[in-house]
Design a protein around this ligand. Structure first.
Ligand code: HEC
Ligand code: HEC
Length: 350
C-alpha cells in the first residue's frame, strides 16, 4: 500500500469505528430509555368493571361537554379540560362557579387513565370516582348529585342513551352511571405516536440530536426517579421540594398536598408526580400554575427535587426532549347534545 492509500484506509477505519460507536451509543440510549419508559399503546386503556361500549363512550362524551351538569349550566368538564388545548385550560388556577378561582391548576385529562390515582393529591382512586368531584365542588360546577340526576332525567333523549349504555338496568340514569360513562370517554383521550413513542419503538431518527441529549440528561440527572413509565409520571407521589423548598409563590404554604388527605406529617407538600406528556401544550405549570415557562419549570425541578443547578444547555436540551412527548391529539368532533325538556330547570338568573 502506498502512503496515500494507507492514510485513506486508516481514515476510513476510524470513521467506521466512530459511526459504529455512535450507533452503539444510540442503541444504548434507546435500551436505557426502554427500561424506564413505555410508549402509549395503540388501544385506549380498558377500565376494570367499566366496559367501553360504543354507546357508553358516546354518552360519556355528551356528558363531558354538557354544561347542564353545572348549577349555572355554564360550565362543563370541557371548560377546564378543553380537548382543543391539551385537555387543560391555560389558567393558573381554574375559574369555576360565579367566576370563582379554585386553588389549583387544572391537570390534563389526556392520558389521565394511566395515572395511578387522580387529582394532584391523589384523593380519587380512579376516573369514575374523580368525575363526581367537580360536579359537587362549590368552586367548580357547584351542583348536587340529586340535582344532576334530576336534570339528566328531565332531558328526554338522555333516557334511551343511558339505557343503551347500561342495558338491563331498570333506572339507568344515576350519578354512578354518569361518572362511569364519563370515565370511559376520558380513557379514549390518549395521545399516542409522540416522537418519543416512535423512538421507544425503535425509530432512532424520531428524536433530534438535541432531544437525545435532553433525554440523556433527563435520565443522568435523576428526573427519572419520579418521571417514568408510560406517562413519564403519574406512578407515584413525591414531595415538591424534596431537597430544597421552592419559593412560597410557587408552592403556597396553604396548600399542603396529600397531608390534607392523610394527615401524616411526612405528606406535607407531597403531590402526585404529574405526567409530562403533552407538557408543551399545558402551561402554566405546577399545582399552583405559577410558572409559564417550561425551561423555568425544569430549572425549578433541578433545584427543588435534585438539589442541582442545571446549565442552560441542559435545560434547553431537556425542554426539547419534553417537546418530543407531544403525541397525536385526540380527534373529538363536538357532540350534538340532547335538547332540554319541559321539566329541565332554566339556567339560574340572578
Ligand atoms: C372549574 C374547572 C373544572 C371543571 C369544571 C372540571 N375540572 Fe377537573 N379538575 C380541575 C382542577 C383544578 C383539578 C385539580 C384539582 C385538585 O387536584 O385538587 C381537576 C382534576 C381533574 C382530574 C384529575 C387529573 C389528574 O391527573 O389528577 C380529572 C380526570 C378531571 N379533573 C376530570 C374532570 C371531569 C370529568 C369533569 C366534569 C365532570 C371536570 N374535571 C370538571 C378543574 C375542573
Ligand atoms: C423526587 C421526584 C421528582 C424528581 C426527581 C423530578 N420531579 Fe418533576 N415533578 C415532581 C412533582 C411531585 C411535581 C409536581 C409539583 C407540584 O406542582 O406540586 C413535578 C412537576 C414537574 C413539572 C411540571 C408538570 C406540570 O404539569 O405542571 C415538570 C415540567 C417537571 N416536573 C420536570 C422535571 C424534570 C425535567 C426533572 C429533572 C430535572 C424532574 N421533574 C425531577 C417530582 C419530581
Amino acid at each position: 500500500m502506498d502512503r496515500l492509500l494507507r492514510a485513506k484506509y486508516a481514515v476510513s477505519v476510524v470513521l467506521t469505528m466512530a459511526a459504529f460507536s455512535a450507533g452503539a451509543q444510540a442503541d444504548e440510549l434507546q435500551a436505557r430509555a426502554n427500561a424506564l419508559f413505555k410508549p402509549i399503546p395503540a388501544q385506549p386503556p380498558a377500565l376494570p368493571g367499566n366496559q367501553a361500549t360504543a354507546a357508553r363512550v358516546a354518552l360519556g362524551k355528551a356528558l363531558y361537554f354538557d354544561r347542564r351538569l353545572s348549577k349555572s349550566q355554564q360550565i362543563s368538564c370541557n371548560s377546564c379540560h378543553d380537548v382543543g388545548t391539551g385537555g387543560a385550560d391555560q389558567q393558573r388556577t381554574s375559574i369555576g362557579h360565579n367566576w370563582q378561582r379554585g386553588p389549583r391548576n387544572s391537570p390534563t385529562t389526556f392520558n389521565a387513565a394511566y395515572n395511578f390515582v387522580q387529582f394532584w393529591d391523589g384523593r380519587a382512586k380512579d376516573l369514575a370516582e374523580q368525575a363526581g368531584g367537580p360536579m359537587q365542588n362549590p368552586l367548580e360546577m357547584a351542583n348536587t348529585p340529586d340535582a344532576v340526576v334530576a336534570t339528566l332525567k328531565s332531558i328526554p333523549d338522555y333516557l334511551p342513551r343511558f339505557k343503551a349504555a347500561f342495558p338491563g338496568t331498570a333506572d339507568p340514569i344515576t350519578l354512578d352511571n354518569a361518572t362511569s360513562a364519563i370515565a370511559v370517554f376520558e380513557a379514549t383521550l390518549v395521545t399516542p405516536n409522540a416522537p418519543f413513542d416512535k423512538y421507544l419503538r425503535g425509530d432512532a431518527n424520531a428524536l433530534t440530536h438535541e432531544q437525545k441529549e435532553g433525554l440523556r440528561t433527563f435520565m443522568d440527572k435523576g428526573c427519572i426517579a419520579c418521571h417514568r413509565g408510560v406517562n413519564i409520571g403519574g406512578e407515584m407521589y413525591a414531595k415538591f421540594g424534596l431537597i430544597k423548598a421552592p419559593g412560597s409563590d410557587i408552592r403556597p404554604a396553604a396548600d399542603k398536598g396529600r397531608f390534607a388527605i392523610s394527615k401524616s406529617s411526612g405528606d406535607e407538600f407531597v403531590y402526585k408526580v404529574p405526567t409530562l406528556r403533552n407538557i408543551t401544550l399545558t402551561a402554566p405549570y405546577f399545582h399552583s400554575g405559577q410558572v409559564r415557562d417550561l425551561g423555568e419549570a425544569v430549572k425549578i425541578m433541578g433545584e427543588a427535587q435534585l438539589g442541582q443547578k442545571l446549565s442552560d444547555t441542559d435545560v434547553n436540551n431537556i425542554v426539547l426532549f419534553l417537546g418530543s412527548l407531544t403525541g397525536a391529539q385526540p380527534k373529538v368532533d363536538y357532540p350534538v347534545l340532547p335538547p332540554s325538556g319541559p321539566d329541565t330547570p332554566a339556567p339560574p338568573y340572578p
